[in-house]
Design a protein around this ligand. Structure first.
Ligand code: NAD
Ligand code: IPM
Ligand code: MN
Length: 359
């Protein structure tokens, strides 16, 4: 097949990890006889520097026309002045909103070979397989923001329709898994959370009687996620709770650099990005973990292009590289770390031996 893929490297380690994923996509194209046309555009701080805007018009136009979008990360100290009015992160929020990408899927599956890198006791990690569905285009991120002489405010609002569609998506995904959804909120304090809980219960009752739903307050969820991670299947939650809980959940896998994500809407173009940021502390050194972005490319193939065998090929290649102990510095023990390029080369070599038969 032929597909147009827009690549948005962004800032910091973004260009390093997207370069890795692009190499992997091209290797898959060669192996399976596809043609992926890659179109690179600016977003974030690099876009501000070049155009004054964190999401230039041509970037958004190209994304809208594409079959899928692959993004690295945006942001960094250069653009982090708290008084700045134009910020890299605005570009990311704007593209998510403009493309209607309300469901951000963040799978967390600790890999046996990397479990030693996790600060969590290994007996708690065996068999952990959870999927966080983070609401991505509403809540406090998108409410009115004001600052005056005495203070500042961020409005948090959710409409019923916004909650319905993301809960429905989570329940549908649970059907294809172990059939259990944990909805996370702060209903003991927040009105938006009480609405969230109410709507989630109704959607499950009316549309998904075959799926079990439990509600969990976000503070205790932060604790349970580490003390009994195997208890969870699909976790659905609002934008900011999902942001925070997934960085926490990355520690189950051993590194923030391992987790991929898929941002999906209703029939619109999907966007795929690792959950980590631009990692200014290691940017430019060629040592970033590329696996989260490479695994995001696998999700792109599966969800946007329907290429499930090719996606599985990438996932198996990353698994095998991890099995072989090909670890970047975030995972490796002292002295044994490989570079971003070496980790990518290990994946590329394994893609050569993927099965290509029609299943
Ligand atoms: P971060 O995710 O960039 O980094 C947190 C820590 O994890 C750092 O120590 C970093 O070195 C490490 N890390 C992250 N990704 C890694 C990888 N692939 N390999 C190895 N180590 C990795 O979070 P931060 O430092 O809080 O934020 C830095 C900037 O990134 C901020 O400007 C923030 O807004 C931005 N950010 C962007 C995105 C995104 O574009 N999707 C996501 C999160 C943060
Ligand atoms: C993420 C990031 C973004 C978010 C920031 C950079 C706007 O942390 O993708 O997880 O909070 O959504
Ligand atoms: Mn985040």
């Amino acid at each position: 097949m032929h597909a147009d893929i827009v690549v948005l490297p962004g800032d910091g380690i973004g260009p390093e990890v997207t370069a890795a994923a692009v190499d992997v996509l091209q290797a898959v194209a060669t192996r399976y006889g596809h043609r992926f046309s890659l179109h690179t555009h600016l977003i974030g701080g690099s876009a501000i520097d070049a155009t004054g805007k964190p999401l230039p018009d041509d970037t958004l136009a190209a994304a809208r026309d594409a079959d899928a979008v692959l993004l690295g990360a945006v942001g960094g100290p250069k653009w982090s002045d708290p008084n700045a009015t134009v910020r890299p992160e605005q570009g990311l929020l704007a593209i998510r909103k403009a493309l209607g990408l309300y469901a951000n899927l963040r799978p967390v599956r600790p890999h046996a070979a990397a479990i030693g890198a996790s600060p969590i006791k290994s007996h708690l990690l065996a068999g952990v397989d959870l999927l966080v569905v983070r609401e991505l285009t509403g809540g406090i991120y998108f409410g009115d923001k004001t600052r005056d002489a005495d203070g500042a405010s961020d409005l948090c609002r959710y409409s019923i329709a916004e909650i319905e569609r993301v809960v429905r998506r989570a329940c549908l995904l649970a059907r294809g898994r172990r059939g259990h959804v944990t909805s996370v909120d702060k209903a003991n304090v927040l009105e938006t959370s009480r609405l969230w809980r109410d709507v989630a219960s109704r959607i499950q009752r009316e549309e998904f009687p075959d799926v079990t739903l439990e509600h969990q307050l976000v503070d205790s969820m932060a604790m349970h996620l580490l003390s009994k991670p195997r208890a969870y299947d699909v976790i659905v939650t609002e934008n900011m709770f999902g942001d925070i809980l997934t960085d926490e959940a990355s520690m189950l896998a051993g590194s923030l650099g391992l987790l991929p994500s898929a941002s999906l809407g209703e029939g619109s173009v999907g966007m795929y990005e690792p959950i980590h940021g631009s990692a200014p502390d290691i940017a430019g050194q060629g040592i970033a973990n590329p696996y989260g972005t490479i695994l995001s490319a696998a999700l792109l193939l599966r969800y946007s292009l329907g290429l499930s065998q090719e996606a599985a090929c990438i996932e198996a290649a990353v698994d095998s590289a991890l099995d072989a102990g090909v670890f970047t510095a975030d995972l490796a023990s002292e002295g044994s770390a490989v570079s971003t390029r070496e980790a990518t080369a290990a994946v590329l070599a394994r893609i050569e031996s993927c099965e290509t038969e029609v299943l």
